[in-house]
Write a protein that binds this ligand. Structure first.
Ligand SMILES: NC(=O)c1ccc[n+]([C@@H]2O[C@H](COP(=O)([O-])OP(=O)(O)OC[C@H]3O[C@@H](n4cnc5c(N)ncnc54)[C@H](OP(=O)(O)O)[C@@H]3O)[C@@H](O)[C@H]2O)c1
Length: 323
């Protein structure tokens, strides 16, 4: 089967650091073009990968030698360019979140379905099998009855000019890093999660939330306590707490490809480390995208539930100001 011809929209830092190397390493992908608002920028990145440079994102969507696009734009631009790409007949791998409302997310998923195109949200961590292994251990009763789940994804402050601090570009901690603990809670506790309450911390310097927390629960009262932030010490962790013990996965969301996972099981004062094989979650996510395009795999239902929960957290959060 010929490789999927892929174009990248925007010379994003994350695309340069993680996704372009993974696309280039995948035999099923042929990098076709890099498109940028700035032609010289597109040229220098395209040259590094021996592909074409295009000026403007529309040029990639109108290009017959492009089957699929990767969209690593600021969050507030995702929905527009995902829609344009689908309308142009391209398969789409888009950065998280697909859109900043549940309704828009549902519309985009419907559009992809009716056009017979793959639409995949680029949340990488679920592609690492350490999470399925952790859930299996919990389901096997290793920590007794599940009582609550705690997850945190917090990262250090970025330069003031970063897209994450721009309200007009869909910035803010919830859309950028809050996605991860919410997705982890869905994976751990299932789709019936509801939002009980939330806090959004607003920095007086920026018109966006720079951190927050949310309390969710299942109908049977298992709670999920989630934290996220853009001006914090680095944390990337979750814990299942049960009636007889707890299980922790750390680092949970961004383990490097050579990281040997070690799940930490604590029971009655005894600690057991469950070691697993290293996995490259970026390579696995890229392979899953190719499989979605080729196999006509339906979008992950978690994407829509995640969008609904993020919207509920955003609308219900009590706002606190950080001086
Ligand atoms: N899945 C993951 O693990 C992960 C990790 C990190 C980041 N991300 C996501 O990747 C995306 C990019 O993040 P990043 O940190 O790489 O950001 P970035 O370096 O600032 O890149 C954003 C790109 O968007 C384009 N753009 C279009 N309109 C823009 C505007 N008005 N202002 C600024 N840039 C604009 C620019 O490309 P041109 O100027 O070349 O057109 C720019 O290079 C975000 O959606 C982020 O959430 C995902």
């Amino acid at each position: 089967m010929p490789p999927l011809r892929l174009a990248v929209l925007g010379c994003a830092d994350f695309a340069r650091r993680r996704m372009l190397p993974a696309f280039a390493a995948c035999d099923d992908i042929a990098l076709s073009a890099v498109a940028s608002r700035d032609h010289a920028r597109a040229r220098s990145l395209a040259d590094a990968y021996g592909c074409r440079a295009l000026h403007g994102y529309t040029a990639a969507l109108e290009d017959d030698d492009v089957d699929a696009v990767y969209i690593p734009l600021p969050a507030g631009l995702h929905a527009h360019w995902v829609r344009e790409a689908l309308l142009a007949g391209k398969h789409v791998l888009a950065e998280k979140p697909l859109a900043t409302t549940r309704a828009e997310t549902a519309d985009l998923l419907d559009l992809a379905r009716t056009r017979g195109l793959a639409l995949v949200e680029n949340v990488l961590f679920p592609h690492h099998s350490q999470h399925a292994r952790a859930r299996e251990l919990v389901e096997a009763g290793t920590i007794g009855e599940p009582r609550f789940f705690q997850a945190a994804f917090t990262v250090p402050r970025r330069p003031d000019t970063d897209i994450r601090y721009r309200a007009d570009l869909g910035g803010g901690a919830l859309w950028d890093v809050g996605v991860y603990p919410v997705r982890a809670a869905l994976f751990a506790l299932g789709e019936d999660l509801r939002v009980a309450g939330a806090v959004a911390v607003r920095d007086t310097e920026w018109d966006v939330d720079t951190g927050g927390a949310a309390l969710l629960h299942t109908p049977s009262g298992v709670s999920a306590q989630l934290a996220f932030g853009l001006d914090d010490a680095y944390r990337s962790v979750y814990t299942y707490a049960g009636s007889r013990g707890r299980l922790t996965v750390e680092p949970a969301f961004t383990p490097p490809a050579d990281h040997i996972p070690s799940l930490r099981l604590e029971r009655g004062g005894e600690i057991t480390e469950v070691r697993l094989a290293a996995e490259d979650q970026v390579a696995r996510a890229v392979a899953a995208f190719v499989a979605a395009v080729r196999g006509g795999v339906a979008p992950d239902v978690a994407v829509l539930r995640q969008a609904a929960l993020l919207e509920a957290i955003a609308t219900r959060a009590a706002v606190a100001a950080r001086p």
